[in-house]
Design a binder for this molecule. Structure first.
Ligand SMILES: O=C[C@H](O)COP(=O)(O)O
Length: 362
């Protein structure tokens, strides 16, 4: 299950984060950069205040890729349960030198490497990180303006990161100006944790933490916040004679995809148009919560994911796989998928399928 990592500035905010439901207390000075470090004394005070109720992580700081500097910063924070080290922009050799030097500390300190979506992330470093004994790897953003993680790294790339990190035995985390609507989308990837700072305050990243904001994000990460009390299993009860389901749709979504059974269709991409209609539980007007709805974002992410998985011979396969992904969300009752190839003639050719959730036990 995905956990909530909350970045805090010290003992007081740690207390708020714990009361709001955070699973990991991550010490950071937001005013000092993406991975701005707090002094070791603040780390010690926070560890004492948290008193083992939650794991505490500390960041090493926004440091250049110089082994001596990074080693010193990590050693100073060895009291933390995890120390996060940013893989800031540098040559591969420079980053490898830092990773190699840290191997000696990985026996006594759980190290987590932080890639930056907007800082030349090199996922080929996941294997060297695992060899050096790192405990985990996460992605964050260096810049905190101009959009969050999903605007800086596409969903398929994030999916590849989570899969590759896991294949290397690393714990995985995603962060970077994440907002509430990002949570259900990223939960699809089942990262070990999602990290937040900005969304846990009442304003900017540097403002004070707000326990209610933590609570809301914690509920989303836990996958709760679905129908409100008394709404019944299908959301708001439908008045007699009215439909019990609503429909969300994505229409005419065109992507370039490697598809086709003919030889001339291999090794190239062609335009494919997707339209999806999903019947979902009737929307409950009392529950204005992103967690309560099955969002079209989830459909779009699923389409993009399919488009990046490599060559597929048949549109039928794409349609069936997309329908299965959409239906795998318990909030979807029935799905219609239309997949059309657009470059085989003056019109379009393709397939349209409808799939319905099997009744429980059926
Ligand atoms: O480790 C998580 C970060 O502190 C995320 O901060 P942010 O949500 O403000 O980008």
């Amino acid at each position: 299950m995905t956990k909530l990592l909350a970045s805090v500035t010290g003992p007081e905010e740690a207390e708020l984060a714990i009361s709001g439901g955070a699973d990991i207390i991550d010490l950071k000075d937001p005013a000092a950069g993406a991975l701005g470090a707090v002094p070791p004394a603040v780390l010690a005070a926070t560890i004492a205040a948290v008193a083992g109720r939650r794991p505490v992580s500390a960041v090493a700081g926004d440091l250049p890729m110089q082994p001596d500097l990074v080693m010193r910063a990590v050693r100073e924070r060895r009291a933390a349960d995890f120390v996060k080290i940013g893989l800031f922009p540098a040559s591969r050799e420079e980053r490898l030198a830092v990773i190699g030097a840290l191997a000696v500390l990985s026996r006594e300190i759980r190290l987590v490497a932080v890639f930056f979506a907007d800082g030349d992330p090199d996922f080929d470093l996941l294997a060297p990180l695992a060899e050096a004994g790192f405990h985990g790897a996460m992605i964050d953003t260096m810049g905190k303006a101009g959009g969050g993680l999903l605007s800086k790294l596409a969903f398929p790339a994030l999916s590849r990161f989570v899969d590759a990190a896991r294949a290397n035995g690393l714990v995985t985390g995603l962060a970077g100006s994440l907002e509430a609507p990002d949570v259900p989308r990223l939960l699809v990837l089942s990262p070990d944790y999602l990290g937040f700072r900005g969304a846990l305050t009442n304003g900017a990243r540097g403002d004070a933490l707000d326990a209610d904001k933590v609570r809301r994000i914690a509920a989303l990460v836990a996958g709760s916040g679905r129908p409100v009390e008394g709404a019944g299993p299908d959301g708001a009860a439908a008045p007699a004679g009215q439909p019990v389901h609503d429909r969300i749709f994505v229409r005419d979504f065109v992507l370039d995809i490697e598809i086709g059974a003919y030889g001339h269709e291999r090794g190239r991409r062609q335009k494919v148009r997707f339209s999806v209609d999903a019947l979902i539980d009737r929307i409950d007007p009392r529950n204005d919560d992103i967690a309560a709805v099955y969002s079209y974002d989830l459909v779009i992410d699923a389409i993009r994911h399919l488009a990046e998985r490599g060559h597929t011979d048949l549109v039928e396969t794409l349609a069936v796989d997309l329908a299965a992904t959409v239906l795998s969300d318990q909030r979807v009752f029935e799905v219609g998928v239309r997949v059309e190839k657009l470059e085989l003639g003056p019109g379009s050719v393709g397939i349209e399928i409808i799939r319905r959730r099997q009744a429980a036990g059926g």
